[in-house]
Design a protein around this ligand. Structure first.
Ligand SMILES: [Zn+2]
Length: 225
């Protein structure tokens, strides 16, 4: 068993009152992930995520129902959607924080664009941004996406470490890990978040470094136990 498998099988989380391992959860459907935390805990995380976003000065659509199209990418060029949709779904906290990370990292002229002018490299919406102000170089787009992923995960970690680790897993940060490179990869991931420090304000820079270290220590801790 390699270290990441060991890690996933050791981390036990409560899912609908039953204890399951992170490995089982990551293999299960999104529903299982949503049910990972009790609804009160989920709501606590959501409220803290919104608090974090507003504390960072990122605009939010207060009191506006989230259009179904914006549940996965709750940024429309004007603000982050945080409220319930018509169907009663909330945008996920980790997505709200990911979009906030994009806002903090994006050049000012791209903040008013949908997807921050990156184009969504996803199955939902795809292709480069049609806006002339959008980024056109795929390397630049990937760099900003990685930095936003790392920064977003650091923001999630401020609220919940397990959710941060699961988000990292979902964002494929653990894809190629094996025994030898695990520490190096986590270190690289931490540096990725730190690497965006020139573009974020000093208190946040310190916070990112602090929380990426916490995530790394938590993972290494689990692996060594
Ligand atoms: Zn993104």
């Amino acid at each position: 068993m390699n270290k990441i498998d060991k890690f996933c099988s050791i981390v036990e989380v409560s899912c609908l009152g039953e204890t399951v391992t992170l490995y089982e959860v990551s293999l299960a459907c999104e529903k299982a992930e949503k049910e990972l935390f009790s609804s009160e805990n989920w709501e606590r995380i959501r409220r803290k995520a919104i608090e974090t976003v507003t504390g960072l000065g990122v605009p939010v659509h207060w009191g506006k129902k989230t259009p179904e199209d914006y549940l996965d990418f709750p940024w429309d060029g004007k603000g982050i959607y945080v409220e319930k949709s018509e169907d009663g779904d909330f945008p996920r906290s980790e997505n709200i924080l990911h979009e906030a990370a994009h806002y903090l990292l994006a050049a000012r002229r791209r903040r008013s664009l949908e997807d921050f002018g990156l184009g969504s490299p996803t199955s939902v919406r795809s292709g480069l941004s049609k806006d002339p102000r959008g980024l056109k170089n795929s390397e630049d787009i990937n760099d900003e996406e990685s930095a936003a992923s790392a920064l977003g995960i650091a923001l999630v970690a401020r609220i919940d470490l397990v959710l941060a680790i699961m988000t990292a897993e979902e964002h494929n940060w653990f894809l190629d890990l094996d025994d030898e490179i695990l520490s190096g990869e986590i270190e690289k991931w931490r540096r990725e978040a730190v690497g965006c420090r020139k573009r974020v304000a000093p208190p946040l820079r310190r916070s990112v470094v602090h929380w990426m270290k916490k995530i790394r220590d938590k993972i290494l801790d689990i692996l060594d136990s």
